[in-house]
Design a protein around this ligand. Structure first.
Ligand SMILES: *[C@@H]1O[C@H](CO)[C@@H](O)[C@H](O)[C@H]1NC(C)=O
Ligand SMILES: *[C@@H]1O[C@H](CO)[C@@H](O)[C@H](O)[C@H]1NC(C)=O
Ligand SMILES: *[C@@H]1O[C@H](CO)[C@@H](O)[C@H](O)[C@H]1NC(C)=O
Ligand SMILES: *[C@@H]1O[C@H](CO)[C@@H](O)[C@H](O)[C@H]1NC(C)=O
Ligand SMILES: [Zn+2]
Length: 963
């Protein structure tokens, strides 16, 4: 699953009102989903740490139905399922579906119990029981003693009078009905208007644990089976599922005209990858005779407007890229991609029928920005990567979700690069994934990538795994691994792993083993086994800061903690030390890679009076610090190097971004002085590249958050205005006075940075520009001439600078547009107003599903909280409505953690800390679901903020005044 992003374009524009917005939203945005397995050998490797303090497993009990994990006595072989969703309300005003299912399973251990997952389904009594048991050979099975639903653990329990016999197969038949609710989980409904006509779509989101809401099933990833699906649907609608349609038959029941579509049986697969959709969508497809049939499905008007064309253009080539990369043929005959108006995550890699948010699949050159386009290419790439890594070979249990998601996240950049080689997306992984996850992983309340299997049991614990660590740290450490093995070796290892485990399940050690095997034949030198090197990165939380002393040649490592006094929430068997690969350069010349294997070591070549730069291209998952003489050399290189235009050649652009990000964070951890960090921004008046600017803007976002309400604010604004002015003028120039759009993808991003920071700091001409464009649009609503790249920044500034009229116009446009990319931009911009009453009204709207789709509600609230005026309003709002939000928007979604993180971002006073702690106590009854960790992290971050402001306020004020 590719989760919680909203489009990156919006995120980029976020800097306007709250420069701060960007870092967090990108960090939070990165969530997808999938599985991958975990190492049974772990205990012998000394995994002795206790479970986290997060969601604790409720009431232990001895009965099998009180445990969340299935017993190992039965294995499913195949299912025969018929489902009939009703796309009209019934006499009780409810949307429902009915269905029946036969599951054939084999007994592998004697048992008198059938436990099968089932949630929120009502069963028809069959001979007095909720299910009927038979054998596959016609013999008689043991009689059913009793059946019941175990609600907490989500089982249908069938207790028998006798035992099932190992080696024999049985079948269990059930008939049931469920609600087709608008809860974005299981079999659910999505709604939209076509003209004035309300349309209903029946669709699914099974991952991680909601297949059991659609029909009774052994709902664990290792319980792979073959699925024979049949859908009954209204005449004239289209039914889709994982397998290709075989036939559609028309029939009539009680005067209702219906169709029945049957599908080819699936491959052997996990339940969480099932999907079925009934809609009246249109599609476009690859021509007859194409190797794989690719279809893009969406609302009729979106397809008619050509919004699916880009996805169709790119899906085939990306699929072929992965076939080459994995050296493995796509195993299915078709690949459907469907854009849904309501969807909780970003996209979901259901095998053969990938579901997307509209913004993740549809592209409209007039309404979509370059960021939206990049998002579409990356999400498609992410999901297609899962077709092998995740779908063909699947994690044994959710504790290894990181390998699945981290992997798909990493290779999505390779696939997107193949599709759009001009974009430089491979570099952008540092800004989009590595830097943001550093921010989370430097907290003592972070967690290791890999949990032990026993630690993850409940659906809430599973949902909580879909976080930034899983996606972005997973991607970062796999990228590091691929770099030090070299890409060809890494890819050969993958291919060998996929071949061995096709259609089955693995633990992460299986991948290490295959990489090791390939590495050995490639004759590559490593300081230790892949297993020894990598386990240090995945079994302990956090990452090191590597300190290089060029005076002595000493290099050392230390667990990097944002709060140096904090203590990691769990001990580590590796003592918080890592095997660190160091790619480095001296005086601009690349040196041999060096491995740091101990807490510190002398390495003569690093003793130098010339400048040393380590972690080239930030391929390593660590930060770097130097002695002050080397820092001074790097700083003067940035400034002088730029003057003679030299540093462009010798400090790679990614490392310019790194120097900024590292120093700011080292300063927050009190390892270097804050003024050193601020000094890295001095050369920016000469910088034109996107990555360093973006890095600076994100780090300064923290200064905005902390100081926007203080005396530091004024002098900081003056300084930044001075720094951004040349960039603003540069873009004014190369765009012929804002007439054109720059050619390069990253220049297009940086143009938005220039405008937003310029407007924010009051550069002359900026507000006039944005207000003028918006005014033109208000005067002529049918003809919006604002370029899609600039829409977010322009809308936001104009609404911030305007009043009710501007806001209401934006709201009208938001409510009327049928384009999801446009809607996202307006939804964000509406949060930019400075009027408290408008913000409060907008907060109320956010929880009205007729105004704001449920999938978007938490985004709207977090946007409002980013606004300095809106933040206290949003905080009051979610505190007052927590129970309601929790019940209405809870489900298995991770958006709660986004909500908590977003709303508390600015907290930096004792009073706010008390409020947060009080909030935690008051709602301990309702609980925080998937936001447990986020809440702990918010408390930790607030404490760190309080200390940081106390220590830095005067110093920072003085620096800005004199800069
Ligand atoms: C399951 O339901 C479908 C649709 O109502 C029906 O046609 C079919 O006969 C049912 N299957 C069984 C085994 O009862
Ligand atoms: C299932 O049964 C419960 C309890 O009777 C009822 O409230 C609910 O509406 C039923 N659901 C469906 C889809 O019929
Ligand atoms: C079933 O009905 C639909 C809609 O009335 C029609 O377009 C289709 O041709 C029919 N299919 C068959 C096999 O008769
Ligand atoms: C899709 O590809 C066609 C043919 O190469 C091209 O003409 C068209 O502009 C592309 N559409 C988009 C949206 O990229
Ligand atoms: Zn994913």
């Amino acid at each position: 699953m590719k989760g919680f992003y909203i489009s990156k374009a919006v995120a980029v524009a976020g800097i306007i009102i709250a420069v701060s917005a960007v870092a967090t939203i990108i960090a939070l945005s990165i969530v997808y989903s999938q599985e991958k397995a975990k190492n049974n050998a772990k205990p012998t490797e000394g995994w002795t740490t206790p479970p986290t303090a997060t969601s604790t497993t409720p009431t232990p009990s001895n009965e099998p139905w009180d445990r969340y994990r299935l017993p190992d006595s039965l294995l499913p072989e195949h299912y025969i399922v018929t489902l009939w969703p009703r796309l009209h309300v019934d006499e009780h005003g409810m949307y429902i579906f009915t269905g029946n299912s036969t599951v054939v399973f084999r007994c592998v251990k004697e048992t008198d119990l059938v436990l099968i997952h089932s949630n929120k389904l009502n069963f028809t009594q069959l001979d007095g029981h909720l299910a009927k048991l038979s054998t596959t050979d016609g013999s008689s099975p043991p009689a059913i003693k009793t059946t019941w639903l175990q609600v907490r653990t989500q089982y249908l329990v069938v207790q028998l009078n006798g035992n099932l016999v190992p080696g024999k197969s049985y079948q269990l038949f059930t008939e049931f009905r469920g609600e087709l609710a608008d809860d974005l989980g299981g079999f659910y409904r999505s709604e939209y208007y076509q003209g004035s006509q309300l349309k209903i779509v029946a669709t699914t989101q099974m991952q991680p644990t909601d297949a059991r809401k659609a029909f009774p099933c052994f709902d664990e990833p290792a319980m792979k089976a073959v699925f024979h699906m049949t859908l009954v649907h209204d005449r004239g609608t289209v039914a889709l599922a994982n397998g290709m349609e075989i036939e559609t038959v028309n029939f009539t029941t009680n005067g209702v005209e219906l169709s029945r579509t049957t599908f080819e049986p699936t491959e052997k697969m996990s339940t969480y990858l099932l999907a079925f959709v009934v809609s009246d969508f249109a599609h476009i497809r690859t021509p007859e005779g194409a190797k794989v049939l690719i279809r893009i499905w969406a609302r009729r008007s979106a397809i008619a407007e050509g919004q699916g064309d880009y996805a169709l253009n790119k899906t085939g080539p990306i699929l072929e890229f992965f076939e080459r990369y994995y050296n493995s043929t796509y195993p299915l005959s078709k690949s459907d991609q469907i854009a849904l108006p309501d969807f909780s995550a970003g996209a979901m890699e259901n095998w053969g029928l990938i579901t997307y948010r509209e913004t993740a699949l549809l592209y409209d050159p007039h309404a979509s920005s370059n960021g939206d386009k990049e998002w579409v290419a990356t999400v498609i790439s992410h999901e297609l990567a899962h077709m092998w890594f995740g779908n063909l070979v699947t994690m044994k249990w959710w504790n290894d979700l990181w390998l699945n998601e981290g992997f798909a996240t990493y290779v999505s950049y390779l696939g997107a690069h193949d599709a759009e080689p001009e974009w430089n997306v491979k570099d952008l992984i540092v800004l989009n994934a590595v830097h943001p996850v550093f921010a989370v992983d430097s907290l003592a309340s972070s967690h290791p990538l890999s949990y032990s299997e026993e630690e993850i049991n409940t659906p809430a614990q599973i949902s909580e795994l879909f976080d930034t660590i899983t996606y972005s740290k997973g991607a970062a450490v796999l990228r590091m691994l691929s770099e030090f093995l070299s890409e060809p070796v890494f890819a050969r290892g993958l291919s060998s792993y996929l071949k061995e485990y096709a259609y089955s399940n693995t633990v992460y050690g299986d991948l290490w083993q295959h990489l090791q095997k390939v590495k050995n034949t490639a004759g590559l030198e490593l300081p230790d086994t892949v297993n020894e090197i990598m386990n240090r990165w995945i079994l302990q939380m956090g990452f090191p800061v590597v300190t290089i002393d060029t005076q002595t040649g000493n290099i050392s490592q230390k667990h990097f903690l944002l709060d140096p006094e904090s203590v990691p929430a769990r001990p580590s068997d590796y003592n918080y030390e890592w095997f660190v690969p160091i790619k480095w350069a001296k005086n601009g010349i690349h040196q041999d890679q060096h491995w740091l294997l101990n807490s510190s070591a002398l390495y003569e070549p690093m003793k130098s009076v010339e400048w040393v730069l380590a972690n080239l291209d930030v391929t390593g998952y660590y930060r770097v610090n130097y002695d002050s003489a080397n820092w001074e050399r790097l700083l003067s290189l940035l400034i002088e190097g730029h003057q003679v235009n030299k540093c462009l050649l010798i400090i790679p652009v990614i490392n310019r971004a790194q120097i900024v990000d590292d120093t700011f964070n080292l300063a927050r951890a009190k390892i270097v002085d804050t003024t050193l960090a601020l000094r890295t921004t001095q050369y920016l008046s000469q910088e034109r590249e996107y990555m360093p600017w973006q890095s600076a803007i994100r780090n300064l976002a923290y200064f905005f958050l902390m100081f926007e309400r203080t005396e530091v604010y004024g002098p900081m604004q003056s300084y930044l205005k001075k720094q951004v002015q040349p960039l603003f003028e540069y873009f004014e120039n190369i765009t012929s006075n804002w007439e054109k759009i720059p050619t390069r993808h990253t220049d297009q991003y940086n143009q938005v940075n220039a405008i937003s920071l310029a407007c924010r700091t009051g550069v002359e001409g900026c507000a006039e520009l944005t207000n003028g464009w918006y005014k033109q649009w208000m005067d002529n609503p049918e003809n919006n001439t604002i370029h899609a790249n600039l829409k977010s920044v322009v809308y936001c500034n104009a609404i911030a600078g305007g009043g009710e009229e501007e806001w209401d116009f934006g709201w009208r446009m938001f409510s009327n547009t049928t384009n999801a990319a446009e809607a996202d931009k307006l939804m964000y911009a509406l949060s930019c107003t400075k009027e408290p009453w408008l913000l409060n009204r907008y907060l109320e709207y956010s929880l009205d599903p007729n105004k704001i789709r449920k999938q978007d509600a938490t985004f709207a609230i977090v946007y409002i909280a980013r606004n300095v005026v809106g933040q206290p309003l949003a905080w009051d709002f979610i505190r007052a409505k927590w129970d309601y939000i929790f019940n209405e928007y809870g489900g298995g979604s991770i958006s709660f953690s986004r909500l908590i993180t977003g709303v508390t971002e600015r907290f930096s006073t004792l009073f706010e800390l008390q409020q947060l702690q009080q909030f935690k106590e008051e709602h301990s009854q309702t609980g925080f679901g998937s936001a447990e960790i986020a809440l702990e992290q918010a408390i930790e971050k607030t404490k760190a903020n309080i200390r940081w402001v106390a220590e830095n306020n005067d110093k920072v004020l003085k620096w800005f005044l004199s800069a």
